[in-house]
Design a protein around this ligand. Structure first.
Ligand code: PBG
Length: 323
């Protein structure tokens, strides 16, 4: 009973039909927008590799947060690039630091906008790694976890709506949960970058967050792009440690991982369409080689179809305009 009784094109013949049978729909409620906080006032320093994205001083972050909230973006995630860097990422332990300042200012100005904070050490360390470096050059897991938990507490105390550890050390979710709970922040959710790969697609971000490693690479802590079963293990471990949401990152090259993770846990799954995924589309569209808007819709639809509930993307404001 195949063709000619069966004709798949019957349900594709008009926009009205296509609307009716569409399986995946993007919505403004899906997106989280990254902001990069830098020192100073009235600073809007464009990130050359990411057209439309800028490093912003705290006051400009507030203006940007207002603008994206007006477009319907439900949440932002804050990164910072402090000017003082040292071996221990001390700048991130300062309650008066860039991220705590930005959290307070944004929550005061736009209370309905959720403010997530990325928790990592790389953009405040002089060596650019995501944890503490031992004399041997190895990254020390357990002391890094202690510092990461302290950073998360600083952000929770500033009023962050969620803390999002992106370092890929083992046991950081449990350590963060315990420290937050002991200090009166049992209600602050943890968004775990649970399956974060050692990816070539972070290049432009490292310009934005000034966080490139000074030596070596991140392959001893971020995941091998070849592994998918391991992602399931990472995600289950993080949920057991208390993660409220889990993330797969990058998104586009890891759609199978998003699908497997979605089928393995019941917590919301976040996918991060990272800087390189964004910059590829921007670069090709600026040359007229690709339609930016159609490519943004197609990649984000694919990520949602794979199983992501939420997507962190530099297209968030544009998507809210286009939808
Ligand atoms: C920090 C961090 C990175 C990204 C988010 N958090 C970079 C890295 O691990 O090197 C990448 C985000 C992007 O590329 O958009 N650890």
């Amino acid at each position: 009973m195949g063709f000619p009784h069966v004709r798949a094109r019957r349900l594709r013949q008009s926009d009205a039909w296509r609307r009716l049978v569409r399986e995946t729909r993007l919505s403004r409620d899906d997106f989280i927008y990254p902001l990069f906080v830098v020192p100073g006032r009235r600073v809007r320093h464009p990130v050359e590799s990411m057209p439309g994205v800028a490093q912003l001083s705290v006051d400009e972050c507030v203006a940007e947060a207002k603008a994206v909230a007006d477009l319907g973006v439900p949440a932002v995630i804050l990164f910072s690039a402090p000017s003082e860097k040292d071996a221990r990422a001390s700048a991130f332990l300062d309650p008066g630091g860039l991220v705590p300042q930005a959290v307070k200012a944004i929550k005061a100005a736009v209370p309905q906008l959720l403010v997530w904070t990325d928790v990592c050490l790389c953009s405040a360390t002089d060596h650019g790694h995501c944890g503490h470096v031992l004399p041997s050059g190895a990254i020390d897991n357990d002391s890094s976890v202690e510092t990461l938990a302290q950073v998360a507490l600083v952000y929770a105390r500033a009023g962050a709506d969620a803390v999002a550890p992106s370092d890929m050390m083992d046991g950081r979710v449990l350590a963060i949960r315990q420290l937050l709970d002991r200090n009166g922040h049992a209600t602050t959710p943890i968004v775990s970058y649970a399956a974060k790969y050692a990816s070539a697609f972070y290049g432009p971000f490292r310009e934005a967050a000034d966080s490139a490693p000074a030596f070596g690479d991140r392959r001893s802590y971020q995941m091998d792009p070849a592994n998918a079963r391991e992602a399931v293990r990472e995600v289950i471990a993080d949920v057991e440690e208390g993660a409220d949401l889990v993330m797969v990152k990058p998104a586009g090259p890891y759609l199978d991982v998003i699908r497997r993770v979605r089928e393995s846990v019941d917590v919301p799954v976040v996918a991060y369409q990272v800087s390189g995924e964004f910059s590829l589309i921007k670069a090709a569209s600026s040359r007229g080689w690709i339609d930016e808007r159609a490519a943004a819709f197609e990649t984000l639809t694919g990520i949602k179809r794979a199983g992501a509930d939420l997507i962190i993307t530099y297209f968030a404001p544009d998507m809210c305009r286009w939808l």
